[in-house]
Design a protein around this ligand. Structure first.
Ligand code: SAH
Ligand code: SF4
Ligand code: F3S
Length: 446
């Protein structure tokens, strides 16, 4: 049965920054097709749910969202629903079987075909594309246009690491690096469109490798150094990194590249060598700690962030305590921690010794208490420092703005600096999750 082609859309992204990037690019693509962003999700004629499959809770969320959309639309025309992202890749045709309201299923490597899929769905044809084509989707996407002060730029996709708990190698496919020139072109377009900060993205972003314009082999630090020379750009960040791909030259870049911000997200996941081995992480605790030491030697004020999983199959209380010990040894500026979630098709899902939910709850609580304490401690330690803040958005009160410090802390300032302005502030107070800054008079030009 055919239906009108949607004229307005709403994209809702879940999961990691790479999904956020993909969501932005899908929106740009739909706009290039003549569709407009709906004022609210309720008014959209097309809703794109850009999903995450990393943990069961995240993956199940899409079905409750679809249920809500269907319920709201009762009596009127239901919007066209597209499921994109990692659940689309993992579950494919199973999605419309379970949720018949879904019109389109499109995987993370196929969304450059979204306009065709919308047209197919409008004509009542089945619209499913979870191919992982050899040709890059990036070449088929429209040029970057609007951009806030802080932009994401995906440079690397996929993962070959196969940690035994993780779905990403299956949902995102094999590790690929985008070409040098394409990345630099996109960075320039983002700067022209208003970006002052660029965060280079990849599931293993520090595994990025490619040839530069002279045919020399480069790593991520090579890209960072070129970006450092782009006029108009003030800040460079990158995420997420794997400990095994942290090269000497990338570590050195933290001490020498002015625009590279003092922040490193470098997940260790667990603090027991036995658990790390069972996770197939291919690094141990001692090598991780040495790495952190070397990064800190290159850039003493660097803020360290990480990811942790508690309750991996077979994890004993003593092994969990080793995770707490690593956390104490590293001292994090911030971190994410999760209860292990068994994912069908991954080796860990069928391992012996699955941990009871209440044990995981208890461990997560203890770990998070420690991490929160460290985050607050890090924030307190920055009180009294003078630093630059990139203003990103309005605060709650008139004249109030919120920006980011070099260490990725949210900083609240008054006196209404413009969004995108880089202001010098004195950090005057610290909370657990945000800082208060006072703009230094005469230091507002950027
Ligand atoms: N490529 C990145 C991020 C992967 S996903 C990396 O390797 O660091 C983000 C985080 O989700 C992971 O670092 C891990 O801590 C967590 N995660 C992945 N699979 C999980 C699972 N099955 N259960 C719980 N947490 C998981
Ligand atoms: Fe998942 Fe491990 Fe790859 Fe990270 S490195 S995406 S945790 S398989
Ligand atoms: Fe989730 Fe896919 Fe990112 S599973 S974490 S959205 S790569």
């Amino acid at each position: 049965m055919s239906r009108p082609t949607p004229k307005s859309f709403h994209v809702k992204s879940f999961g990691c920054q790479m999904n956020a990037y993909d969501g932005t690019r899908m929106a740009e693509l739909l706009e290039a097709e003549g569709m407009t962003v709906a004022d609210s999700a309720d008014e959209a004629e097309l809703i794109v749910l850009n999903t995450c499959h990393i943990r069961e809770k995240a993956a199940e969320k899409v079905y409750s969202d679809i249920g809500r959309i269907v319920k709201k639309a009762r009596g009127s025309q239901q919007p066209m629903i597209a499921v994109a992202g990692c659940v689309a890749q993992a579950e494919g045709a199973e999605i419309p079987r379970r949720a018949p309201a879904v019109d389109i299923v499109v995987g993370p490597q196929a969304y450059h075909n979204l306009a065709r899929l919308v047209a197919d769905a409008a004509e009542g044809r089945r619209a499913l594309d979870t191919d992982m084509p050899a040709a890059s989707k990036f070449d088929a996407l429209p040029k970057r246009r609007r951009q806030g002060p802080s932009a994401f730029l995906t440079v690397q996709e996929g993962c070959d690491k196969f940690c035994t708990y993780c779905v990403v190698p299956y949902t995102r496919g094999a590790e690929i690096s985008r070409p040098w020139a394409a990345i630099i072109d996109e960075a320039k377009a983002l700067i022209d469109a208003g970006a002052r900060e660029i965060t280079l993205l990849g599931q293993n972003v520090n595994a990025w490798t490619g040839e530069d314009d002279k045919g020399r082999l480069q790593g991520l630090d090579g890209l960072i150094r070129v970006l450092d020379g782009l006029p108009g750009l003030a800040r460079i960040r990158y995420t997420t990194s794997h400990p095994n791909d942290m090269s000497d030259s990338l570590i050195a870049a933290h001490g020498t590249v002015t625009k590279l911000m003092p922040f490193l997200h470098l997940p260790v996941q667990a603090g027991s060598d036995r658990v790390l081995k069972a996770m197939n992480r291919s690094h141990d605790v001692a090598s991780y700690l040495r790495l952190i030491e070397r990064v800190r030697a290159a850039r003493p004020d660097i803020a360290i962030s990480g990811d942790f999983i508690v309750g991996f199959p077979g994890e004993t209380e003593a092994e969990f305590e080793e995770t707490l010990a690593v956390v104490r040894a590293v001292n994090h500026a911030q971190a994410f921690s999760f209860k292990y979630s068994a994912r069908a098709g991954t080796p860990a899902a069928t391992m012996e010794g699955q941990i009871a939910a209440d044990v995981m709850d208890d461990r997560l609580q203890r770990l998070q208490a420690l991490l929160n304490e460290q985050q607050h401690g890090f924030n307190l330690a920055t009180v009294g420092t003078r630093c630059e803040v990139l203003i990103e958005r309005d605060g709650k009160r008139p004249g109030q703005r919120i920006g980011k410090s070099p260490w990725l802390q949210s900083v609240i300032v008054e006196d209404g600096p413009a969004i995108g302005e880089l202001v010098t502030v004195d950090i005057v107070a610290a909370g657990p999750n945000s800082m208060t800054g006072a703009i230094v008079a005469g230091q507002r030009a950027a």
